[in-house]
Design a binder for this molecule. Structure first.
Ligand SMILES: *Cc1c(COP(=O)(O)O)cnc(C)c1O
Ligand SMILES: [Zn+2]
Length: 383
Protein backbone atom coordinates (compact mmCIF):
# COMPACT_ATOMS: atom_id res chain seq x y z
CA UNK A 1 0.00 0.00 0.00
CA UNK A 2 1.19 3.50 -0.87
CA UNK A 3 0.30 6.28 1.55
CA UNK A 4 0.27 10.04 1.17
CA UNK A 5 3.00 11.70 3.22
CA UNK A 6 0.61 14.57 4.05
CA UNK A 7 -3.03 13.44 4.29
CA UNK A 8 -2.42 9.71 4.81
CA UNK A 9 -4.70 8.60 2.01
CA UNK A 10 -3.92 5.08 0.74
CA UNK A 11 -3.32 4.00 -2.86
CA UNK A 12 -3.14 0.54 -4.40
CA UNK A 13 0.26 -0.81 -5.39
CA UNK A 14 -1.23 -2.33 -8.53
CA UNK A 15 -1.29 1.00 -10.39
CA UNK A 16 1.50 3.49 -11.12
CA UNK A 17 0.46 6.05 -8.51
CA UNK A 18 3.26 8.46 -7.65
CA UNK A 19 1.53 11.44 -6.02
CA UNK A 20 -1.60 11.96 -3.98
CA UNK A 21 -4.61 13.85 -5.27
CA UNK A 22 -3.78 16.44 -2.63
CA UNK A 23 -0.55 17.09 -4.54
CA UNK A 24 1.89 15.63 -2.03
CA UNK A 25 4.22 12.65 -2.62
CA UNK A 26 3.33 9.05 -1.79
CA UNK A 27 5.46 6.66 0.22
CA UNK A 28 5.47 2.97 1.04
CA UNK A 29 4.75 2.05 4.63
CA UNK A 30 7.68 1.31 6.95
CA UNK A 31 9.30 -2.11 6.56
CA UNK A 32 10.26 -4.09 9.62
CA UNK A 33 12.74 -6.90 9.22
CA UNK A 34 15.98 -8.54 10.31
CA UNK A 35 19.17 -8.19 8.26
CA UNK A 36 21.01 -11.28 7.08
CA UNK A 37 24.26 -12.08 5.38
CA UNK A 38 25.10 -11.42 1.76
CA UNK A 39 27.69 -9.78 -0.40
CA UNK A 40 25.46 -6.85 -1.40
CA UNK A 41 23.36 -4.49 0.67
CA UNK A 42 20.35 -5.58 -1.42
CA UNK A 43 20.86 -9.15 -0.16
CA UNK A 44 21.71 -8.35 3.45
CA UNK A 45 18.67 -6.08 3.84
CA UNK A 46 16.39 -7.88 1.39
CA UNK A 47 13.51 -7.89 3.90
CA UNK A 48 13.42 -4.09 3.81
CA UNK A 49 12.77 -3.74 0.09
CA UNK A 50 9.45 -4.04 -1.76
CA UNK A 51 10.62 -6.60 -4.34
CA UNK A 52 13.06 -9.44 -4.79
CA UNK A 53 15.85 -7.38 -6.29
CA UNK A 54 17.26 -8.89 -9.45
CA UNK A 55 21.02 -9.08 -9.98
CA UNK A 56 20.43 -9.02 -13.74
CA UNK A 57 19.14 -5.42 -13.50
CA UNK A 58 22.06 -4.28 -11.35
CA UNK A 59 25.06 -2.30 -12.52
CA UNK A 60 26.77 -2.68 -9.14
CA UNK A 61 25.21 0.24 -7.23
CA UNK A 62 25.53 0.64 -3.47
CA UNK A 63 28.02 -0.74 -0.93
CA UNK A 64 30.03 2.45 -1.21
CA UNK A 65 32.96 3.33 1.09
CA UNK A 66 32.53 5.20 4.38
CA UNK A 67 35.89 6.84 4.97
CA UNK A 68 37.03 8.72 8.03
CA UNK A 69 38.16 12.22 7.09
CA UNK A 70 41.52 12.58 8.82
CA UNK A 71 42.38 16.25 8.36
CA UNK A 72 38.83 17.59 8.44
CA UNK A 73 37.97 15.63 11.58
CA UNK A 74 40.84 17.32 13.39
CA UNK A 75 40.11 20.71 11.94
CA UNK A 76 36.40 20.61 12.73
CA UNK A 77 36.71 18.83 16.07
CA UNK A 78 34.31 16.04 15.16
CA UNK A 79 34.57 12.46 13.98
CA UNK A 80 33.74 13.08 10.34
CA UNK A 81 32.80 10.16 8.09
CA UNK A 82 32.35 10.59 4.36
CA UNK A 83 29.86 8.37 2.55
CA UNK A 84 31.45 8.27 -0.86
CA UNK A 85 28.61 7.92 -3.37
CA UNK A 86 30.89 8.85 -6.26
CA UNK A 87 31.79 5.17 -6.65
CA UNK A 88 28.33 4.25 -7.97
CA UNK A 89 28.03 3.08 -11.62
CA UNK A 90 27.11 6.55 -12.94
CA UNK A 91 29.00 8.36 -10.18
CA UNK A 92 26.14 9.47 -7.96
CA UNK A 93 23.74 7.99 -5.38
CA UNK A 94 20.91 8.31 -7.93
CA UNK A 95 21.80 4.77 -9.11
CA UNK A 96 20.44 3.25 -5.89
CA UNK A 97 17.03 4.73 -6.59
CA UNK A 98 17.08 4.05 -10.30
CA UNK A 99 17.78 0.37 -9.59
CA UNK A 100 14.55 0.12 -7.57
CA UNK A 101 12.66 2.31 -10.04
CA UNK A 102 13.49 -0.02 -12.93
CA UNK A 103 12.06 -2.95 -10.95
CA UNK A 104 8.88 -0.98 -10.41
CA UNK A 105 8.52 -0.09 -14.09
CA UNK A 106 8.97 -3.74 -15.11
CA UNK A 107 6.63 -4.98 -12.37
CA UNK A 108 3.87 -2.79 -13.80
CA UNK A 109 4.62 -3.98 -17.33
CA UNK A 110 6.10 -0.76 -18.73
CA UNK A 111 8.48 -0.98 -21.68
CA UNK A 112 9.35 2.70 -21.64
CA UNK A 113 10.85 4.76 -18.85
CA UNK A 114 11.95 8.33 -18.44
CA UNK A 115 13.09 11.05 -16.10
CA UNK A 116 13.33 14.80 -15.70
CA UNK A 117 16.81 15.88 -14.73
CA UNK A 118 19.57 18.41 -15.05
CA UNK A 119 22.36 15.86 -14.89
CA UNK A 120 23.00 13.01 -12.52
CA UNK A 121 19.59 11.40 -12.61
CA UNK A 122 19.54 11.66 -16.39
CA UNK A 123 22.77 9.68 -16.67
CA UNK A 124 21.56 7.16 -14.13
CA UNK A 125 18.19 6.46 -15.75
CA UNK A 126 19.79 6.38 -19.22
CA UNK A 127 22.32 3.78 -18.05
CA UNK A 128 19.85 1.51 -16.24
CA UNK A 129 17.27 1.85 -19.02
CA UNK A 130 19.86 0.78 -21.57
CA UNK A 131 20.96 -2.19 -19.46
CA UNK A 132 17.37 -3.36 -18.93
CA UNK A 133 16.61 -2.94 -22.64
CA UNK A 134 13.91 -0.31 -22.09
CA UNK A 135 13.16 2.65 -24.33
CA UNK A 136 14.39 5.63 -22.29
CA UNK A 137 13.34 9.28 -22.49
CA UNK A 138 15.33 11.99 -20.79
CA UNK A 139 13.77 15.43 -20.43
CA UNK A 140 16.35 18.11 -19.74
CA UNK A 141 16.04 21.83 -19.15
CA UNK A 142 17.08 24.20 -21.90
CA UNK A 143 19.87 25.55 -19.68
CA UNK A 144 21.68 22.21 -19.35
CA UNK A 145 25.46 22.46 -19.75
CA UNK A 146 26.98 20.91 -22.85
CA UNK A 147 29.32 18.72 -20.75
CA UNK A 148 26.31 17.06 -19.12
CA UNK A 149 24.59 16.38 -22.44
CA UNK A 150 27.77 14.77 -23.72
CA UNK A 151 27.94 12.48 -20.70
CA UNK A 152 24.46 11.22 -21.61
CA UNK A 153 25.09 10.52 -25.24
CA UNK A 154 26.84 7.17 -24.88
CA UNK A 155 23.87 5.42 -23.25
CA UNK A 156 21.69 5.86 -26.31
CA UNK A 157 18.65 7.43 -24.62
CA UNK A 158 16.24 9.77 -26.37
CA UNK A 159 17.01 13.25 -25.09
CA UNK A 160 14.45 16.05 -25.23
CA UNK A 161 15.45 19.60 -24.36
CA UNK A 162 12.43 21.42 -22.95
CA UNK A 163 12.06 25.18 -23.05
CA UNK A 164 9.88 26.49 -20.24
CA UNK A 165 9.45 26.31 -16.48
CA UNK A 166 11.64 23.49 -15.19
CA UNK A 167 9.62 23.10 -11.99
CA UNK A 168 6.46 22.46 -13.99
CA UNK A 169 8.19 19.92 -16.19
CA UNK A 170 8.15 17.41 -13.32
CA UNK A 171 4.32 17.42 -13.18
CA UNK A 172 3.93 17.58 -16.94
CA UNK A 173 6.15 14.52 -17.36
CA UNK A 174 3.92 12.46 -15.05
CA UNK A 175 0.89 13.48 -17.12
CA UNK A 176 2.54 12.60 -20.40
CA UNK A 177 3.82 9.36 -18.94
CA UNK A 178 0.26 8.28 -18.21
CA UNK A 179 -0.84 9.01 -21.76
CA UNK A 180 2.15 7.49 -23.51
CA UNK A 181 2.84 4.52 -21.28
CA UNK A 182 6.17 5.83 -19.96
CA UNK A 183 7.08 5.26 -16.32
CA UNK A 184 8.85 8.41 -15.18
CA UNK A 185 11.33 7.59 -12.41
CA UNK A 186 11.56 11.18 -11.19
CA UNK A 187 13.46 12.57 -8.24
CA UNK A 188 11.03 11.57 -5.48
CA UNK A 189 9.27 8.57 -6.99
CA UNK A 190 8.19 6.34 -4.06
CA UNK A 191 10.37 3.47 -5.26
CA UNK A 192 13.40 5.67 -5.82
CA UNK A 193 13.05 6.59 -2.14
CA UNK A 194 13.13 2.89 -1.27
CA UNK A 195 16.48 2.55 -3.02
CA UNK A 196 18.01 5.45 -1.10
CA UNK A 197 17.28 3.70 2.21
CA UNK A 198 20.23 1.43 1.47
CA UNK A 199 22.56 4.32 2.38
CA UNK A 200 21.26 4.27 5.96
CA UNK A 201 21.61 0.51 6.19
CA UNK A 202 25.23 0.65 5.07
CA UNK A 203 26.06 3.46 7.50
CA UNK A 204 24.61 1.59 10.44
CA UNK A 205 26.65 -1.51 9.59
CA UNK A 206 29.76 0.57 10.35
CA UNK A 207 28.87 3.33 12.84
CA UNK A 208 25.95 4.85 14.76
CA UNK A 209 26.13 8.52 13.79
CA UNK A 210 24.97 11.49 15.87
CA UNK A 211 24.34 13.57 12.74
CA UNK A 212 23.70 12.79 9.08
CA UNK A 213 24.17 15.72 6.72
CA UNK A 214 22.27 15.59 3.42
CA UNK A 215 22.58 17.94 0.41
CA UNK A 216 18.97 18.49 -0.61
CA UNK A 217 17.24 19.55 -3.80
CA UNK A 218 13.97 17.75 -4.59
CA UNK A 219 14.05 16.08 -1.17
CA UNK A 220 14.12 12.50 -2.42
CA UNK A 221 17.50 11.62 -0.92
CA UNK A 222 16.59 13.11 2.44
CA UNK A 223 13.30 11.21 2.55
CA UNK A 224 15.03 7.94 1.66
CA UNK A 225 17.76 8.24 4.28
CA UNK A 226 15.28 9.23 7.00
CA UNK A 227 12.95 6.36 6.06
CA UNK A 228 15.89 3.95 6.26
CA UNK A 229 16.74 5.07 9.79
CA UNK A 230 13.09 4.96 10.87
CA UNK A 231 12.88 1.35 9.67
CA UNK A 232 16.08 0.45 11.53
CA UNK A 233 14.53 1.87 14.68
CA UNK A 234 11.17 0.16 14.11
CA UNK A 235 13.04 -3.10 13.69
CA UNK A 236 14.91 -2.62 16.96
CA UNK A 237 18.30 -2.40 15.25
CA UNK A 238 19.11 1.08 16.61
CA UNK A 239 17.95 2.81 19.77
CA UNK A 240 18.13 6.43 18.70
CA UNK A 241 17.84 8.25 15.42
CA UNK A 242 20.67 10.56 14.38
CA UNK A 243 19.87 14.24 13.96
CA UNK A 244 19.20 14.94 10.28
CA UNK A 245 20.64 18.05 8.64
CA UNK A 246 19.33 19.36 5.32
CA UNK A 247 21.89 21.46 3.42
CA UNK A 248 20.95 23.81 0.62
CA UNK A 249 22.84 26.41 -1.37
CA UNK A 250 22.03 29.89 -0.16
CA UNK A 251 21.20 30.90 -3.74
CA UNK A 252 18.49 28.24 -3.95
CA UNK A 253 17.14 27.32 -0.54
CA UNK A 254 13.34 27.05 -0.63
CA UNK A 255 13.22 24.41 2.12
CA UNK A 256 15.50 26.20 4.60
CA UNK A 257 13.70 29.47 3.91
CA UNK A 258 10.36 27.95 4.88
CA UNK A 259 11.77 25.94 7.79
CA UNK A 260 13.73 28.74 9.38
CA UNK A 261 10.84 31.20 9.10
CA UNK A 262 8.35 28.79 10.68
CA UNK A 263 6.24 28.15 7.56
CA UNK A 264 4.77 24.74 6.91
CA UNK A 265 4.74 24.99 3.12
CA UNK A 266 7.56 25.85 0.78
CA UNK A 267 7.32 28.63 -1.78
CA UNK A 268 8.96 28.81 -5.16
CA UNK A 269 12.46 30.30 -4.76
CA UNK A 270 12.81 33.27 -7.10
CA UNK A 271 15.87 33.68 -9.36
CA UNK A 272 17.85 30.71 -8.08
CA UNK A 273 21.58 30.93 -8.59
CA UNK A 274 24.35 28.68 -7.33
CA UNK A 275 27.42 26.81 -8.50
CA UNK A 276 25.87 23.65 -6.99
CA UNK A 277 23.58 22.93 -9.95
CA UNK A 278 22.66 19.43 -8.76
CA UNK A 279 20.75 20.97 -5.86
CA UNK A 280 19.22 23.91 -7.70
CA UNK A 281 15.52 22.98 -7.70
CA UNK A 282 13.56 26.17 -6.90
CA UNK A 283 10.31 24.30 -6.18
CA UNK A 284 11.20 20.87 -4.80
CA UNK A 285 8.42 18.29 -5.25
CA UNK A 286 9.16 16.77 -1.84
CA UNK A 287 9.80 20.12 -0.17
CA UNK A 288 6.74 20.01 2.07
CA UNK A 289 7.37 16.37 2.96
CA UNK A 290 10.92 17.27 4.02
CA UNK A 291 9.62 20.18 6.10
CA UNK A 292 7.21 17.88 7.94
CA UNK A 293 9.97 15.40 8.72
CA UNK A 294 12.38 18.11 9.88
CA UNK A 295 9.81 19.40 12.36
CA UNK A 296 8.73 15.98 13.55
CA UNK A 297 12.31 14.77 14.12
CA UNK A 298 13.89 18.03 15.31
CA UNK A 299 16.14 18.31 12.28
CA UNK A 300 18.19 21.24 11.05
CA UNK A 301 18.29 23.20 7.79
CA UNK A 302 21.51 25.01 6.87
CA UNK A 303 22.39 27.15 3.85
CA UNK A 304 25.90 27.66 2.51
CA UNK A 305 27.39 30.14 0.04
CA UNK A 306 29.12 29.32 -3.23
CA UNK A 307 32.49 30.49 -1.87
CA UNK A 308 32.16 28.17 1.11
CA UNK A 309 31.15 25.32 -1.17
CA UNK A 310 34.22 25.72 -3.37
CA UNK A 311 36.45 25.86 -0.29
CA UNK A 312 34.90 22.63 0.98
CA UNK A 313 35.41 21.01 -2.42
CA UNK A 314 39.15 21.73 -2.06
CA UNK A 315 39.22 20.47 1.51
CA UNK A 316 37.68 17.19 0.37
CA UNK A 317 40.29 17.02 -2.37
CA UNK A 318 42.91 17.04 0.37
CA UNK A 319 41.15 14.00 1.84
CA UNK A 320 41.66 12.30 -1.53
CA UNK A 321 38.08 12.74 -2.73
CA UNK A 322 36.93 14.78 -5.71
CA UNK A 323 33.24 15.61 -5.46
CA UNK A 324 30.99 18.02 -7.28
CA UNK A 325 30.00 21.32 -5.63
CA UNK A 326 26.57 20.04 -4.50
CA UNK A 327 28.30 17.23 -2.65
CA UNK A 328 30.74 19.51 -0.85
CA UNK A 329 27.95 21.53 0.81
CA UNK A 330 27.77 19.12 3.75
CA UNK A 331 31.28 19.95 4.94
CA UNK A 332 30.52 23.69 4.83
CA UNK A 333 27.34 23.08 6.83
CA UNK A 334 29.21 21.09 9.49
CA UNK A 335 31.72 23.92 9.83
CA UNK A 336 28.85 26.37 10.42
CA UNK A 337 27.11 24.15 12.94
CA UNK A 338 30.38 23.76 14.84
CA UNK A 339 30.95 27.52 14.88
CA UNK A 340 27.42 28.04 16.21
CA UNK A 341 28.02 25.42 18.88
CA UNK A 342 25.16 23.23 17.64
CA UNK A 343 27.32 20.18 16.93
CA UNK A 344 29.38 19.31 20.03
CA UNK A 345 33.05 18.42 19.96
CA UNK A 346 33.71 14.77 19.21
CA UNK A 347 30.27 14.09 17.68
CA UNK A 348 30.07 11.39 15.02
CA UNK A 349 28.98 13.07 11.82
CA UNK A 350 28.31 11.53 8.41
CA UNK A 351 28.36 13.74 5.33
CA UNK A 352 26.88 12.25 2.18
CA UNK A 353 29.19 12.88 -0.78
CA UNK A 354 26.43 12.62 -3.34
CA UNK A 355 28.27 12.77 -6.69
CA UNK A 356 31.61 12.88 -8.47
CA UNK A 357 33.62 15.98 -9.33
CA UNK A 358 34.66 14.85 -12.79
CA UNK A 359 31.10 15.52 -13.95
CA UNK A 360 31.39 19.25 -13.39
CA UNK A 361 34.74 20.52 -14.57
CA UNK A 362 33.77 23.82 -16.16
CA UNK A 363 33.95 25.91 -12.97
CA UNK A 364 37.39 24.60 -12.03
CA UNK A 365 40.36 26.76 -12.95
CA UNK A 366 43.37 25.27 -14.69
CA UNK A 367 46.03 24.52 -12.07
CA UNK A 368 49.30 26.43 -11.81
CA UNK A 369 51.84 24.31 -13.64
CA UNK A 370 55.60 24.42 -13.48
CA UNK A 371 57.20 24.45 -16.97
CA UNK A 372 60.52 22.68 -17.32
CA UNK A 373 62.81 21.37 -20.03
CA UNK A 374 63.94 17.79 -19.84
CA UNK A 375 67.59 18.89 -19.47
CA UNK A 376 66.93 21.13 -16.47
CA UNK A 377 64.32 18.88 -14.84
CA UNK A 378 66.39 18.41 -11.69
CA UNK A 379 66.58 22.16 -11.00
CA UNK A 380 62.81 22.36 -11.21
CA UNK A 381 62.47 20.48 -7.90
CA UNK A 382 63.13 23.51 -5.76
CA UNK A 383 60.19 23.38 -3.40
C1 LIG B 1 20.22 14.67 -6.93
C2 LIG B 1 21.37 15.18 -6.19
C3 LIG B 1 21.25 15.76 -4.92
C4 LIG B 1 19.93 16.04 -4.24
O1 LIG B 1 19.06 14.95 -4.17
P1 LIG B 1 17.49 15.17 -4.09
O2 LIG B 1 16.94 13.81 -3.98
O3 LIG B 1 17.06 15.86 -5.35
O4 LIG B 1 17.21 16.02 -2.90
C5 LIG B 1 22.42 16.14 -4.26
N1 LIG B 1 23.63 16.00 -4.83
C6 LIG B 1 23.78 15.45 -6.05
C7 LIG B 1 25.15 15.33 -6.61
C8 LIG B 1 22.66 15.03 -6.77
O5 LIG B 1 22.83 14.51 -7.99
ZN1 LIG C 1 -2.59 13.44 0.25
Amino acid sequence: MLKCTACGRGYSLRKPYQRCECGEPLELELFKSVPGIGRRVWERFSGFFPFDLKPELSLGEGDTPLTKAKKLSKELGVKLYLKNETTNPTWSFKDRGTYLGIHRALQLGFEKIGTVSTGNMAASVAAYGAYAGLETYILVSSTIAEEKLKALEVYGAKIIKVHGDYGELYYKSLEIGQKKGIYFINSDDPFRIEGYKSISFEIIEEITPDYVVIPTSSGGLFRGIVKGFLELKESGLIENLPRFVVVQAEGCSPICKAFNSGKDRIERFESPHTIAHAIENPYPPSGNAVLRRLRELDGLCVTVRDGEILEAQRALGREGLFVQPASATGVSAIRKLRERGVIKEGAKVVSILTGAGLKTLSHIEAPKVEECSLESLEECFRW
